[in-house]
Design a protein around this ligand. Structure first.
Ligand SMILES: Cc1cc2nc3c(=O)[nH]c(=O)nc-3n(C[C@H](O)[C@H](O)[C@H](O)COP(=O)(O)OP(=O)(O)OC[C@H]3O[C@@H](n4cnc5c(N)ncnc54)[C@H](O)[C@@H]3O)c2cc1C
Length: 500
């Protein structure tokens, strides 16, 4: 995937997609698969917005049952099965343990009712039925958990994914099917003829060049930037999305091989402690956010809130700052704005054209991206229903040609590296390793304690359109979650980014 913005000019696209988060990437992927001429642009990196800042769950959302959103939960649970099939290397099943204490906001009977309903809504898409756990079993699964007042618990099943790579693989697949894609291209204005949108003016933020592009249909999937973008079209547009901030903390070490469902005692909210690349991802918060989406950041109070609630469950652990490996903040672009508290707002998406015909995608969950892409293209009405291919493939989702053992033998790599490469690139592992035949220095590890090799950094730059070291450290590879955001690694990447 080569970044070449000169290809964008003078092509009459069928669909131009603004925003390379999961929704834009999936629309581009599905449109390209249906043989349309597609362009996809993002003003930052692919998945640089909300789509790399999620809790990384492909799930129905157990807690949405409290808001009586049965349809939304059922749809997402069905999509979970599709995602496990489409991207088996990036989406994996995961158990969730709910420990319940005497004074928890939701007692054990309520939790059991909730997961029973969740399993029923899953229907034939169930991963494994939930199991009740005694207090002793909870302690067995989660060593170190607070024992006082523990009344028992249960385990239910959902799925976990690598959100940034799943976006990238949708982009790569779109490109494989002929789409023109580029990151760091900002859409500045919508061009109109007779009041109808016919194209855009963009700025290539790498070269500084400004140019026009034309398209029959424009899809705007800019998530938290929706309000700002709509005001480009009409300055007096009312706010269409309510943005709420969600923070996650990556805490050193592991508490449990399953995820833990935590109930906060300060405000009754629910959040998770999830195993993530050997560490634990704690999150998320949910607070209204009104500043510019470009400026969202983690505040001290977000970290204190999460550490305090997690600490209540592990009284012998000190949740101190020196054990925080990294943290990140994202914005939910919520469309149903009326509920008082952010967590009560529906996560259902809305797809609506503006007065000039630009099709806006707003809200939604990552999990249902395929449904959103399909609905968006159906609304555009450019593919005959009988010819419409609504399923999706992602770039590394095919059957790998070699087992990890065969890969070890062929390229002289260790087993942990082969397994990690399979988990990261799926069926495309050999594309990463082939250059190591000519240059064996690319087989060197980035750090002796981790399986990553230099070939992945050069692959990120040469093939995956990484333009900055952050693109690699946070999104092409999960290095930031493992304490591998180091000056040495950044300097190696920088060396690859510089033109020869
Ligand atoms: C904290 C948190 C946790 C979540 N956890 C989950 C979860 O576990 N599971 C789940 O299913 N969902 C989850 N979600 C929801 C999910 O992450 C979002 O619904 C989804 O990522 C939104 O994707 P998007 O493509 O609409 O937006 P984004 O990913 O934000 O993409 C919008 C893109 O538009 C680009 N853009 C903006 N303006 C312009 C412009 N002028 N020109 C070009 N490009 C532009 C931005 O750079 C950005 O990359 C979570 C959300 C949050 C905030």
């Amino acid at each position: 995937m080569k970044r070449d913005t000169s290809q964008f000019q003078n092509i009459p696209y069928d669909v131009l997609v603004i925003g390379g988060g999961i929704n834009g990437a999936a629309v581009a992927n599905m449109a390209a698969q249906n043989k349309l001429r597609v362009a996809l642009l993002d003003k930052g990196d692919f998945a640089g917005g909300t789509s790399s800042k999620s809790t990384k769950l492909i799930h129905g959302g157990l807690r949405y049952l409290e808001n009586l959103e049965f349809g939304l939960v059922r749809e997402a649970l069905h999509e979970r099965t599709a995602q496990l099939r489409i991207a088996p290397h990036l989406v994996k099943e995961l158990g969730f343990i709910i420990p319940v204490y005497k004074n928890d906001p939701r007692p054990l009977w309520m939790m059991k009712l909730g997961v029973t309903l969740y399993d029923l809504l899953s229907g034939k898409h169930i991963i494994h039925p939930y199991k009740p756990l005694s207090a002793a079993e909870v302690i067995h699964f989660i060593p170190g958990i607070k024992q006082e007042d523990l009344t028992g618990g249960l385990i239910y099943w959902d799925a976990q994914m690598d959100d940034a790579r799943l976006v990238l693989e949708n982009v790569q697949q779109a490109e494989l099917n002929g789409a023109h894609v580029a990151n760091y291209v900002e859409v500045r204005t919508i061009l109109k003829e007779n009041g109808k949108a016919v194209g855009v003016t963009v700025k290539d933020l790498i070269s500084g060049e400004t140019f026009d592009m034309r398209a029959k249909h424009i899809v705007c999937a800019v998530g938290p930037w929706t309000n700002i973008f709509q005001r480009k079209e009409r300055s007096e547009s009312p706010a269409r999305v309510r943005t709420t901030k969600g923070v996650h903390v990556i805490y050193r070490g592991s508490f449990c091989r399953h995820a833990i469902f935590v109930q906060s005692h300060t405000d009754g909210r629910v959040f998770f402690m999830i195993p993530w690349y050997g560490n634990t991802m704690i999150g998320t918060t949910d607070t209204d956010y009104e500043a510019h989406p470009d400026e969202v950041s983690v505040e001290e109070e977000d970290i204190r809130y999460l550490c305090k609630a997690a600490g209540r469950l592990f009284p012998d652990q000190e949740f101190t700052d020196d054990k925080i490996v990294s943290s990140f903040a994202g914005l939910r672009p919520l469309v149903h704005k009326d509920a008082a508290s952010p967590e009560k707002v529906s996560r259902k998406h809305v797809i609506n054209p503006s007065f000039s015909g630009v099709m806006y995608i707003m809200g939604g969950k990552y999990t249902t991206y395929r449904v959103i892409a399909r609905e968006c293209l159906e609304r555009l009405g450019i593919i005959k229903p009988e010819e419409f291919k609504g399923d999706l493939q992602v770039y590394g989702g095919g059957e790998p040609a070699f087992t990890p053992e065969q890969i070890c033998e062929k390229y002289g790599i260790q087993e942990d590296t082969a397994l990690m490469l399979r988990r990261t690139y799926g069926s495309r592992v050999e594309d990463v390793l082939r250059p190591t035949v000519a240059d064996s220095s690319l087989l060197e590890r980035l750090n002796p304690d981790f399986p990553y090799i230099k070939a992945q950094l050069t692959y990120g730059v040469n093939v995956e359109m990484a333009m900055t070291s952050d693109d690699i450290i946070w999104r092409r590879l999960p290095l930031a979650y493992q304490g591998l955001d180091t000056p040495e690694i950044r300097s190696f990447i920088q060396g690859q980014l510089l033109p020869a």
